[in-house]
Design a protein around this ligand. Structure first.
Ligand SMILES: [Zn+2]
Length: 173
């Protein structure tokens, strides 16, 4: 894990020999450990901010508290299912200001757990997503509300400002 250590995501891959033209795509899910019994639970896109319960002991797992590294299918799944604002951090490993922003982005995800989702898009690995949002310089932050772009903010920003972007009463600046 690089930078601030965003959560790894996992999906099911097609088995060898399966057709590659139409790969079987399983919906995005995060593997999260139960805080009570440590058993691993698969949490789908619709339950990242709600209190999912452990399949084994039924203890609440709690909302995701870290940024989530996404590829394009995961991005689409999460954005499609989200009932809270989403902050998308477009970054790259070679970008100094992105690395400077990373701890703030991580802290924001922790602070806003349950009230917002923070996604990280590596623009080197997923240029299609960067193109979709016309990202020409990084860091670049996109705020999505109800599946639409609420605002977009190129450049490094302090955490207080990022939080204001996500707040429902805030002006989109
Ligand atoms: Zn449990």
């Amino acid at each position: 894990m690089k930078g601030c250590g965003p959560v790894a995501f996992r999906r099911n891959f097609v088995s060898p020999g399966a057709p590659v033209v139409h790969p079987l795509y399983m919906a995005f899910s995060l593997i999260r450990a139960c805080p009570a019994c440590q058993s691993k639970n698969r949490v789908g896109a619709a339950h990242l901010t709600s209190s999912a319960r452990c399949g084994k002991c039924k203890a609440p797992i709690g909302p995701v508290r870290e940024p989530i590294d996404v590829d394009t299918p995961a991005f689409d799944d999460i954005v499609g299912a989200a009932k809270v604002p989403i902050l998308v951090d477009f970054w790259a490993a070679w970008c100094g200001p992105c690395r400077a922003a990373a701890p703030q982005v991580h802290a924001l995800a922790e602070e806003m757990a349950g009230r917002a989702i923070v996604l990280k898009v590596d623009t080197e690995a997923h240029p299609d997503l960067a193109n979709r949002f016309n990202v020409q310089a990084i860091p670049n932050f996109v705020v999505l509300k109800g599946g639409r772009i609420a605002s977009q903010h190129p450049g490094l920003a302090p955490r207080d400002q990022m939080r204001r972007w996500l707040e429902p009463t805030s002006a989109p600046h």
